[in-house]
Write a protein that binds this ligand. Sequence first.
Ligand code: NOJ
Length: 492
Amino acid sequence: MVFKGFIILLLSILISIFDSLTQTAQWEFPEDFKFGVATSAYQIEGGWDEDGKTTSVWDRITHQTPAFIADQSSGDVACDSYHQWERDVEMLKELGVQYYRFSLAWTRILSGAYTSTVNQAGVKYYNNLIDKLIENGIEPVVTLYHWDMPQKISTLGGLTNDAWVKFFSHYARTAFELFGDRVKIWITFNEPNIICHYFNSVLGSGQPAYPNGVIEYLCSYNLLKAHAEAYHIYNREFRHKQGGKIGITLNFEWAEPATDKPEDVEAAERRRQFDFGIFANPIINFDYPKVVIDRVAKRSELEDFPESRLQKFTFAEKLNVKGTYDFLGLNHYTTWLVSNGDEASLEQSSFYIDTKVSRVQDDSWNTTGAEDNRVVPWGLRKALNWIKSTYGNPDVLITECGYSDRIGNLDDNQRINFYRDYLNATLQAILEDGVNVKAFMAWSLMDNFEWNQGYLVKFGLYHVDFNDPKRVRTMKDSAKYYQKIIVTRRLD
Ligand code: NOJ
């Protein structure tokens, strides 16, 4: 009897050890999951006019209107990656990442008044970088357009001129031809809604800042057509010999209803559709989301426009845009509480007014040291689940996620906590909710030029000394933490 009891006890101990071992094994990032870091050309490269590079809209605005940038700086030198790129690769190696997401500067690769001539020096720079990455077992993830539009093209109206589609197609084809033998993951655009809706005057239309509710939609319409064109070019001319993948990166701040009143629940969903669905729906499902179509039509009518300000697709265009993705890139930073807004004065029109929402962040959520980006990891999990249910669970690459501060301290525990919690939310989405998340790329490899915040806001895993001509880089504690996660593929 005693012996039987002993055997049962032993068996149950063995079973619980086995259980906990298998559970532990399961609470790991799946084998095919990739870790990476991200940067973009204008934010790190410098060398703004070296070796035949032409002027971009950021060269122009930082030189002509320094007050546009909080510290009146520019990306003229930035992290000097144009010269320090080998050090960048050393850092990537040190971190142990599988992916490095960076962008190509259109103005470095194509020169001439309207970007029709290949600039060999620029090509050489990217060839060197790409070759070195591959030599070190790091896969390049390349963004074609991360906001640095050639200035000349911007003077033609930028994305509000449909000639842009041709310019971009030529650039995309050139990039596939030059680098597609080694680059297997392409991203056409970074954050179209920032380009067209929130930062349109600089990034999208080349027009002075006057949101008028027309140019924003013209911009997104042409952007979607340019994206689709690049996808089809890749599909028709390159995929069979290069075998890569191509997608787009959309940013998505999760919109949580501020209350459970139906009008707030609706408002949160409307905001998601205006921010994310307006691009994802035409690409994955079909046409703009119905709520966007209806709302812009209604508001345009109230404003006495003869027809909706939303630039409509023809049926053929809808078909052409549909299905133009192999994966969805997601940039995610924070979450908002969204309520139904009042109808704004009919004197004005803008994309933002069309959304008819107001939003706040909860005071109890941890702030980041720099911006509105409060730390809300569950928002990432909800965003991923919403993408899964709204778009049939596509493959998602998290192409950016990160924490900003203004101090740039090396003992950045605040950033460690951020990554721990957002990576945990990612893991929950994968393992518990079955979302197809395939990668996580931290923003950013190093402190860099944070657009209109200049160098005041820092997102880096590595500190950069912007006073040193060599732009010396130093590992922060968060980099060591990320390094450890990449090795163990699990969170503590
Ligand atoms: C998204 C943008 O893609 C990137 O360029 C920027 O630096 C980060 N957000 C942080 O604001």
